[in-house]
Design a binder for this molecule. Structure first.
Ligand SMILES: [Ca+2]
Ligand SMILES: [Ca+2]
Length: 386
């Protein structure tokens, strides 16, 4: 990989940060024009890979994320800085690489290395914005720390909300296909009874909407952190019914696949943790069901922005903290450098500026730019009116 590619692929955190910093600069311009400053709704999703309709997946249903992408910019080459929750989240939220934050695991807090660093939400807070978090933005053990503040950064927020839904209270009902692994890193699922709103992610949406309603008259940076599709894959049973098992296909799995890769390239040992193909399909079904359930909660947020007439004045950032393998090369989950684990989902939509582009430019599809760095630069310049 040459230097240019390295910068390009590693630049999503910096790119998003730049765009958001622009949102911070714009208020001054907007105020000069007697307009309201731009708000920010920052949506983070845990362990979401690119298996979404908007990225061309043939069976995953993600209509709300898709409509967000159509209104804004889809980043096709967004790669996380480190394929694990806390190092990736810390990197994005501080704008610094993991070799600067020294956060490589799920225990160390970045302030131990960088006590005075200003985080993204903190920057907005320091500039007069109301800064609030619902759910998982900085690292949080899932499902162990659901309902707590996890490894939070209190300096970043004016207000925090830590929902705890029936998925947490009914953990004893979860079926663990890999019983030697704890629920935070297991192929485990529950076809849940009850409503979306009773699940932790349903509560994340409800509480975020409550904050939007209360904050509509002041500039805000509100972060909604969804827990699914992180395992255990818990979603109301109607979402499982959308993915019949006989329509789930497994990745190609040649018997000699790992002969050309070193052992440390893989996370899952032995391959597939020895699971049968039937259990692998069940895991994929449950992961897809969790995506569609989370997507419905994203839809509630988008509807709320429209209802509150905040759509034109709010930058929406949608971001997955890293990718997720579903059996490719015998691997599951994250913590490898293969494409499925390292590539993340990312979209940005910026208020009226996003609406201005009514017609696709020649050679370019609206809402689709293939290179994260170039896309952000292009949008950056256009939004700045250059
Ligand atoms: Ca994660
Ligand atoms: Ca191979």
């Amino acid at each position: 990989m040459n230097d240019q590619q390295t910068v390009c692929r590693g630049s999503i955190a910096a790119a998003l940060l730049l765009l958001l910093l622009l949102a911070c600069v714009l208020p001054a311009q907007a105020q000069a024009a007697k307009k309201k400053p731009l708000n920010v709704l920052f949506i983070a999703v845990d362990d979401l890979n690119n298996d979404l309709g908007v990225y061309g997946h043939k069976s995953v249903k993600s209509p709300h994320i898709d409509r967000l992408a159509k209104r804004g910019v889809r980043f096709d080459r967004a790669y996380c800085q480190f394929p694990l929750c806390s190092p990736s989240r810390t990197s994005l939220l501080t704008g610094l690489r993991p070799d600067t934050t020294r956060v490589y695991d799920l225990q160390k807090h970045f302030r131990a290395t960088l006590p005075d660093v200003v985080t993204l939400p903190q920057l907005f807070k320091n500039n007069g914005y109301f800064s609030a978090r619902v759910g998982k933005i900085f690292h949080y053990g899932v499902p162990g720390q659901i309902g707590t503040s996890g490894l939070d950064d209190p300096a970043s927020w004016d207000t925090v909300v830590n929902p705890r839904g029936r998925d947490k209270d009914e953990e004893d009902k979860v079926i663990n296909l890999t019983p030697n692994r704890s629920l935070g890193s297991a192929l485990a699922y529950l076809e849940a009874d009850g409503t979306d709103e009773e699940q932790t992610d349903g509560m994340v949406a409800t509480e975020t909407i409550r904050l939007l309603e209360a904050s509509r008259d002041k500039p805000f940076f509100i972060a909604a952190g969804f827990y699914r599709p992180h395992c255990p894959y818990v979603a109301p049973k109607k979402y499982f019914a959308m993915y019949p098992l006989d329509q789930i296909t497994l990745p190609r799995d040649p018997a000699d696949d790992r002969t050309d890769t070193p052992a440390h390239a893989h996370f899952t040992n032995p391959p597939h943790w020895g699971l049968s193909e039937a259990d692998q399909k069940k895991s994929i079904q449950a992961y897809y069901a969790s995506i569609t359930f989370m997507d419905a909660q994203v839809g509630r947020l988008l509807d709320a922005l429209d209802r509150l007439k905040l759509r034109d004045n709010t930058v929406i950032v949608f971001w997955g903290d890293h990718g997720y393998a579903l059996g490719e090369h015998g691997d599951w989950m994250k913590q490898t450098l293969f494409e499925e684990s390292a590539r993340a989902a990312a979209r940005v939509r910026a208020g009226k500026a996003g609406q201005r582009e009514k017609q696709p430019r020649p050679g370019r599809v609206r809402g689709h730019l293939s290179d994260a760095r170039a896309a952000c630069r292009a949008d950056f310049a256009r939004r700045a009116g250059r």
